[in-house]
Design a protein around this ligand. Structure first.
Ligand code: NAD
Length: 281
């Protein structure tokens, strides 16, 4: 079986480029599907406190028989836990739910610029890393302004910025900014949450050419761009299919054609909230 390439963070740690996300997966279902994901070959799991399934992910890890060294686990600090002391506590709660002694990657889930606690929150993540509780620290849904401010005020650069990114919203500008800072880009909703994108004629034609599925073509596009990518499915055959996207190699003209599908945020590109203005608990 092909194994996922690994990318190296600026802190020297590595992350499997293809991972498995569990947003909107009930805790007991998470236990089942994460085991299936491990069986399919995935070794990188993306969860968050707000998903309510850290415990299910933890039970899956235990059941799998894999050791912490074999796998890569990310979880995220929820908005209402932002702030220095509350972050330190929320982190320990997440680790306990996961049943782990330390974590591979901890992310601030949203910048929440109106709340304006993200610099203090970041200082807590820096402290957790110093204490050896977490190997690497990063952010999710951060704007260029938010990233720059973290760096200006603490001198510590996040290893990754996990953002909404799919062919309808390819985030060329933010990817370039992340890259200029040595920050990896991680794509959430990488398949555009399924539906229209996977039926688009440009995607289906490339899929036919490579005898691959549309989802595999989109995942292969992310991998070719250098994104860390975390597709979700709760259907075992699709979990396997998504992992097997590692065997699909697109031609330069395929990548070019998929790049042209980009839309503006307001013109049908963005699915989720805009991190520059989002403010939710
Ligand atoms: P996604 O783009 O991965 O799409 C998932 C949906 O696509 C599935 O529910 C299914 O309907 C369809 N699908 C999956 N595989 C398929 C296949 N092989 N063939 C056909 N259809 C298929 O959407 P997502 O779950 O929103 O994003 C993936 C992960 O990103 C999440 O699980 C989560 O870990 C992460 N995420 C993070 C944030 C954040 O704010 N940081 C936000 C959303 C998602």
């Amino acid at each position: 079986m092909t194994t996922s390439p690994v990318l190296t963070f600026h802190d020297g740690n590595t992350i499997p480029q293809l991972g498995y996300g569990v947003w909107q997966v009930e805790d007991d279902v998470a236990e089942k599907v994460v085991v299936q994901a491990f069986e399919a070959g995935f070794r990188h799991i993306d969860t968050a406190k707000i998903y309510g399934n850290e415990a299910g992910v933890g039970r899956a890890i235990e059941r799998s028989g894999l050791t912490p060294e074999d796998i890569f686990v990310t979880t995220k600090l929820w908005n209402s836990d932002q702030g220095y002391e509350s972050t330190l506590k929320a982190f320990e709660d997440s680790l306990e739910s996961l049943g782990l002694d330390s974590l591979d990657l901890y992310l601030i889930h949203w910048e929440q610029p109106k709340q304006d606690k993200y610099v203090d929150t970041w200082k807590a993540l820096i402290e957790l890393q110093k204490r050896g509780r977490v190997k690497s620290i990063g952010v999710s849904n951060f704007t260029t302004e938010g990233l720059q401010r973290l760096i200006d005020e603490t001198g510590v650069v996040p290893v990754i910025n996990q953002i909404e990114l799919h062919p309808f919203f390819n985030q060329a500008e933010l990817r370039a900014f992340n890259n200029s800072l040595g920050v990896l880009t991680q794509a959430w909703s990488p398949l555009g949450q399924g539906g229209e994108l996977l039926e688009h004629p440009v995607i289906t034609a490339i899929a036919e050419k490579h005898e691959a599925s549309p989802a595999q073509v989109v995942i292969a596009w992310h991998l070719a761009l250098g994104n860390v990518v975390i597709p979700k499915s709760v259907t075992e055959s699709r979990i396997q299919e998504n992992y097997a996207a590692l065997d699909v190699t697109l031609d330069p003209e395929d990548i070019q054609a998929i790049n042209t599908l980009d839309r503006t945020a307001e013109g049908g590109g963005r699915i989720g909230p805009d991190p520059a203005v989002s403010d939710f608990a």
